[in-house]
Write a protein of this length. Sequence first.
Length: 153
Amino acid sequence: MKNLIKLFFILIFISISSYASTMYMLTKLPKAYLVVENYSSKVNDDIKTEILEILNEASTELKIDTSGYSHRSIAFLLYETPLEGKIVLNIELALGEMVKRVDDDNQVFALTYQKRTQMTYENKTEDEIYELVIEKVELLVEAFKQQYIEDNL
């Protein structure tokens, strides 16, 4: 009987996984605070303004209120990590918010959505790096928008 129950849960998990864009659910986001943080030494801080504009446009399209402060943050993080003698730029879109734990009803800050892409700086000019980062940001935002629309139908 236990094996049958395990099999049932595995089949449910596989079924859900095959339809979901990510393991996260993007429902009920009436308000969010937008954040862009650049911890990269190679990407100029001017990029933060353009990324914020892209986030604002997407939020407006999705009817997410971004005026004022919210306990829920949609954030872009740019940070570097070394990998096999190279420096990799991580471009990450995350949604963080206060959530209630089921077992004790305490509120904790948790990532409720996270998607990341990476690139290297090798053989790229400053302008090429800037354009590639913006391109990757737009792809991450588009994936977020698509999932948000799907999850809120």
